[in-house]
Design a protein around this ligand. Sequence first.
Ligand code: AMP
Length: 188
Amino acid sequence: MNNLIIFGPPGVGKGTQAKLISDNLGLFHLSTGEFLRRAISEGTELGKKAKIIVDRGDLVPDDIMIGIVKEALLNNITGNGFILDGFPRTIEQAKALKEIFEELKLDGIKILHLKADNDELLRRLLVRGRDDDTEDTIKYRLNIYSDTTKPVIDYYLKNGNVIEIDGLGDIETIYDRILKKLNNHGYI
Ligand code: AMP
């Protein structure tokens, strides 16, 4: 079973690349951000609770996010493998994911770590213009990324399954880089 995590700061292109990868490699794409935005637009209980948090650029509590991911993976373990996009974002989530893997008897996972500098990220997010892409919220999310999410990569580096990708360039260039690295690592 081929499972991937696409990891990196807001605006680095995780969603775009995850979609290309999942379409071309036939993986189940789980974007936790998309999942929340859908709940928000449908006005579900989860959506109502999440809207306030997402709009101000904060992280939705770990227990909620872990529950969402666990259920989604449980319903999709028979497929070709999956790509997680936007999860884990905290050490707590990474630890819970390890337990979910053990419980569901899933194989190891590779982490695609996409990188770009803050000026480039700010520029990209400002043109993207999602509801949570105002300048203040973007800066706040970039801070949360440095303080809370980035340490997750150190957690995975200890296991030696991180693939570093330069996230600068156009969509096709970055996708090519990802495919080459996946190839080099014997993933495809
Ligand atoms: P994204 O689409 O990945 O940029 O996520 C958009 C927003 O959804 C984030 O700024 C958070 O408010 C929330 N979110 C998405 N994934 C997570 C997660 N794993 N943990 C906590 N909050 C999340």
